[in-house]
Write a protein that binds this ligand. Sequence first.
Ligand code: C5P
Length: 417
Amino acid sequence: MAQPTKSVLLIISGGIAAYKSLELIRLFKKDGIGVQTILTKSGAEFVTPLSIQALSGNKVYQDLWDLTAESEMGHIELSRAADLILVAPATANILAKMTHGIADDLATTCLLATNKPVIAAPAMNVKMWENAATQDNIATLKKRGIDIIQPEEGDMACGEYGEGRLPDPETIFSIVKKKLNPETLPLHGKIAFVTAGPTYEAIDPVRFIGNHSSGKQGYAIAEALRDAGAEVTLISGPTRLQDPHGVKTVHVTSAQEMLDASLERIDSDIAICTAAVSDWRSTEPADQKIKKQTGADAPTLVLTENPDILATISKHKSRPALVIGFAAETQEAEKNAKEKLLKKGCDWIIANEISITNPVFGQDTNTAALITRNGVEESWKTQTKVDIARKIVEKTALFFYQGSTADTSWQDNKERA
Ligand code: C5P
């Protein structure tokens, strides 16, 4: 039989969902993916090494000391022999150990020693999943570049209802397969940049002019582009957010710096401008802190207009094939967004109406519409910024597969700019 071209090291930890990993092994094998398995002590309470071995066709590793025999693979080698490590199901316990670098058995030792991508599929009781300890661990693991497969909501084996169920083996299989074959991702080979967050324009060394912007929507878009296989640069103004894993983040402060960083990447395929760029800057920022003089007139600020980054990119002769802007409007969002699109020369605008019901700034949710030259292409009801980001990226992928959903004739004008 031909040797499998790709292989996975599957770690099965102890949870009722462990039975699903048997089906997962079958799916890998059927697809020609090699499977080595580590079964933890508690995992062995739920599935037997014999059934795993029968399905995987390989010895099941259970004990750190099993590997010391001369004929066996060492644990370091085991942790690196496969193309990827999948922990499914991942219990709260193994996730906590991974977070804290505890290596007290074969599974956790391999996870600490590996140099390969790791995907974890958590499965546990809803309260254990929601517990701040677990959520903090998940956040830390994500930050370190470990992919977490979101558990599903539903009835639990313990009789409770909620989030914490292991997704179907088919779902996990397709996520792993994509990770093993990045060339199959829709935006593989595409280069993208995203502007995000506010810009700060110095008045003096301690004061600035800025806008409200958490950067959350732009960061979510950068991550969604990355997940779709694009090579992404995130050009970010000052935010409180962590740099996303697997994305090159360039930190800037002012609009001019954001423009310079954007122009350095003008030959990208995709530009998405989510930044809340300050419209003006102080014409002459003071070198020293401006002193407050009680009783004296307040100082006068003389302002200069900032460059419009989106318009500059859109009208550049080497512009990306797809340039997307955002429009936060307090009224008639769609009409104003369409005007903005024409004025700035971008391909699409994502419009949000800022209101009491859709405050947007700093929130985790957004309500938006995708506007092209032809008008409203799609309206998206209130949902997380992560979901909005995925929708934008889905449309972006379609743009490259099927051609623009917008009227493309106007793009001839690009050459004139
Ligand atoms: O003109 P307005 O600020 O409403 O336009 C919003 C869109 O233009 C956003 O995509 C924003 O990132 C972009 N923009 C820009 N540079 C500016 C002002 C806005 O890139 N100076």
